[in-house]
Design a binder for this molecule. Structure first.
Ligand code: ADP
Length: 398
């Protein structure tokens, strides 16, 4: 079975084609500047050189058509014909409280994704464009939606409600939803395998990348997570502030003569470790700057780690203990110093890291130190594979 996984943004579209016989990626690629001058597709067949297509992509339909051209081309193609694709799995950002798992797409599902646009105003419309483009080009191929929010739907009300007037929850569905759910689900499922499926396992998953979030997971179900109504809440991130005093929005708005929406945009795009370090949103640049003695870069890194330590500590309390702490995402998988510093700051809980094993980058490793109170793992995340697996399972069950 061959499954195409699509992550459609407003002007970009990422794809991966999986052969589900062995869960291997046959090819992946990225369309950029869709609907903008100078659009380009970079196609990477596994094991051979990337191929670039500098061709007009006025909309997502054109982008998907070009993806098919790349997938079937004599130069860099990996399939003979698009009829070889059995199903398409789409990443969808916001499923609100309507979706607690992945689902085969039909008109009702599309309508529900549309109803969630106020909650994900940038992403959901783009995700829908990707879905509709595929429907147009391959009307007989089943499509599946996999939601970033779905895994977190098991949170109890005490974790997902905000203490603001109740009518805002009723009228606008303002509550915590959480994101990176597909990643937290992938990491926690693998962690449970590594632990040997004990009963009521208490796991904390740290997805640390450009965007970062932490989840508390009991018996495979999410009970709390750091991101909120939107992916802005929680940890300080590459360019996002994470949690701040909400009164700050009003004060900046008044002093800088900016609308609330403009301030929120600053909190999303011009804040986080980028703003504190003044160097970059990329943690590699920040680590380089720290090595050269840059004090603000050091502060940015310290703030990032400190918030992670606070979340993990509070989630150990929420879970009533801990069986495994897991690191994933660009920094979680590739940042030994950050991992070591975080675990050392959690010593009061008896967590100990193995400094030698922790030197690993980008692969699954048990980095638990001798005498540690809980297991500590690096588990590389793979959201695309999870989407492909969900798609395969839903199609097979039809
Ligand atoms: P996204 O959230 O966009 O999926 P990733 O999970 O790929 O992002 O994470 C990107 C982040 O991971 C960047 O800040 C990058 O600097 C960081 N990262 C990647 N490799 C390394 C590394 N070797 N050392 C430290 N940080 C790294």
């Amino acid at each position: 079975m061959k499954i195409l996984v699509i992550n459609a943004g407003s002007s970009s579209l990422k794809y991966q084609l999986f052969d589900m016989e062995n869960e291997a990626v046959m090819a992946k690629g990225l369309c950029e500047r869709i609907g903008i001058n100078g659009s380009v597709l970079t196609h990477k067949p596994t094991g051979s050189e990337p191929v670039k297509y500098v061709e007009d992509m006025p909309d997502h339909v054109a982008a998907i058509k070009l993806v098919f051209k790349a997938l079937t081309a004599s130069n860099g193609g990996v399939i003979k014909d698009m009829s070889e694709i059995n199903a398409v799995g789409h990443r969808v950002l916001h499923g609100g409280d309507k979706f607690s798992e992945s689902i085969v797409i039909d008109e009702k599902v599309k309508a529900a994704i549309r109803e969630c646009i106020p909650l994900g105003p940038l992403h959901n419309p783009a995700n829908l464009m990707g879905i509709e483009a595929c429907e147009k080009i391959m009307p007989d191929v089943p499509q599946v939606a996999v939601f970033d929010t779905a895994f977190h739907q098991t949170m109890p009300p005490k974790a997902y409600m905000y203490a603001i007037p109740y009518e805002y929850y009723e009228k606008y569905k303002i509550r915590r939803y959480g994101f990176h759910g597909t990643s937290h689900r992938f990491i926690s499922a693998r962690t449970l395998e590594l632990l040997g499926h004990p009963e009521n396992a208490r796991v904390i998953t740290c997805h640390l990348g450009n965007g970062s979030s932490i989840a508390a997971i009991k018996d495979g179900k999410c009970v709390d997570t750091s991101m909120g109504l939107t992916p802005l809440e929680g940890l300080p991130m590459g360019t996002r502030s994470g949690s701040i005093d909400p009164a700050i929005v009003g004060i900046i708005s008044e002093n800088e003569k900016l609308s609330a929406a403009e301030v929120v945009s600053i909190l999303n795009k011009q804040s986080g470790v980028l703003a504190i370090s003044g160097v970059s949103s990329d943690f590699r640049d920040i680590e380089d700057a720290v090595a050269k003695g840059n004090e603000r870069a050091k502060l940015a890194l310290e703030m990032f780690e400190y918030e992670i330590v606070k979340y993990v500590g509070s989630y150990i309390a929420a879970l009533g203990g801990l069986d495994a702490l897991v690191f994933a995402g660009g920094i979680g998988e590739n940042g030994p110093e950050t991992r070591e510093s975080i675990v050392n700051q959690l010593h009061t809980f008896g967590l100990k890291i193995d400094a030698e094993k922790n030197k690993a980058r980008g692969k699954e490793v048990d980095i638990t130190g001798e005498g540690s109170s809980a297991k500590i793992f690096i588990v590389p995340t793979n959201e695309e594979l999870m989407i492909a697996r969900d798609t395969k399972n839903l199609i097979a069950a039809r």
